[in-house]
Design a protein around this ligand. Sequence first.
Ligand SMILES: *Cc1c(COP(=O)(O)O)cnc(C)c1O
Ligand SMILES: [Zn+2]
Length: 404
Amino acid sequence: MSFSYLTHLHCPKCLQTYPSDKIQQLCECGSPLLADYDLESLKRQWKPSDLAGRPNDLWRYHELLPVSSPEHIVSLGEGMTPLLPMDRIGLDMGIERLWMKDEGIIPTGSFKARGAAVGVSKAKELGVQELAMPTNGNAGAAWSLYAARAGMRASIVMPVGAPLITRNECAISGANLNLVNGLISDAGKMVGQAVNEHRLFDASTLKEPYRIEGKKTMGLEIAEQMGWELPDVILYPTGGGVGLIGIYKALHELAVLGWIPDRLPRLVAVQAEGCAPIVKAWEEGKPESQFWPDSSTAAFGINVPKALGDFLVLEAVYKTNGCAVSITDAELLREQGTIARLEGAFVCPEGAATFSAARKLRESGWIKDGETVVALNTGSGIKYPETVQVEAPVLQPQDRMVRL
Ligand SMILES: *Cc1c(COP(=O)(O)O)cnc(C)c1O
Ligand SMILES: [Zn+2]
């Protein structure tokens, strides 16, 4: 058996194929590329029981990951995050079987670690020495830290408004960090220019094909953790949509392998009302989204006005009979507090949005009685201290404690 069953890459738009043994970025037609595996051979040679006893991280699925040789793996122990029952908040919103896939405890503090682990590992295998990327914060933090572990140079450009801690993560890892007085789209233009001038590896969202493969492992894990029986609904906070595309790809591959039923969960793309291009496109029944002007939301990770892979996100939503929902910042911040009070989980604002969406979809009847629902919390609330307003009495040493 091979370590990886990766065979080649293909373009989902024009169907052109590319070899996977050298560095590839976008297709000639401008579309992102997707990784293909020899699923037919794998189906004959690989069974769920083969996973027993493997390390409890995402590399347990190495056959379905792109790295050919284990010595190229760059790992900080990412993956196999808890799938937690959320009974109390579930009761509060009338969803009896509500689960949270909790990415809040993963290295670097967000699920961007998955994409970075697999993306950096494959880049290292292909001989990349320096990468560059624009980011809204978490991706830059994760790729900087994994690049440092790989001994690779990283250049990161992020908006000055990105969460401060992500700036610190880039800086401490020794990345070449630039801040831009603008949006991620402005950062993207600068990176594009630098990539051309200095012939750097462009690690921008979906401009290299392996970040998706890392994020795909969330889908593999949910399936394994549920005993290969899938939930009815999975809700995902959607910016670039890489995680949603990845989960859809993972479930599709598992279905081809015969490990799960053919009927996939309904995938829900959750966005913020201040930046909801996918929701608008879905409401209009369109295959692609349009640039969302003046986007803004407290959930910084999903502030993406136009995603390169929007057509893939929408396809995943349409094909699974899912939907797309937007949430106001007030709603998602209120939900973040409710989750902490009822469940003891300090989720990130993006994660809170998925719970808020579940509440809405239950109220509207879209989520039906007795259905099993998985909400993705994509990062730790600890990374966003500014979203919580604290009103606490300040005492002098001789005062008595106030008990409200
Ligand atoms: C990047 C990010 C998202 C959105 O991820 P995509 O896969 O790009 O849609 C959601 N939540 C957090 C915390 C993020 O950092
Ligand atoms: Zn193409």
